[in-house]
Write a new protein. Structure first.
Length: 101
């Protein structure tokens, strides 16, 4: 009885994580469509601004909830870096819009 695998007997098993996750892939495609639509409508500032907004929201979500996002951000510092990069891209988009491009 002592040689029995107790984790298997209790119904526990290891979850093996693969590198590909379909829901994350689908969300990424939807977000890419948002970027393309905004860029088509507003040109370069639209592309850059929408990409920045998506990165900002993704980074803030990961930092606030401490969960992986669709980008698979696994550390808090990575989440803050993505959020900061998104904020910078939004500022660049504002500069492009003000420059008339």
């Amino acid at each position: 009885m002592s040689s029995m695998n107790h984790s298997a007997a209790s119904g526990q098993h290891r979850h093996r994580e693969t590198g590909f996750h379909w829901p994350s892939f689908a969300l990424g495609l939807v977000l890419l469509l948002f970027v393309l639509a905004q860029g088509e409508d507003n040109g370069a500032p639209g592309f850059v601004g929408m990409a920045g907004l998506i990165l900002l929201i993704t980074g803030l979500y990961s930092a606030a909830t401490r969960r992986k996002s669709w980008m698979r951000l696994t550390t808090l510092s990575a989440a803050w870096i993505v959020a900061a990069g998104g904020a910078v891209l939004m500022l660049v988009a504002l500069g492009l819009r003000l420059a008339g491009l």
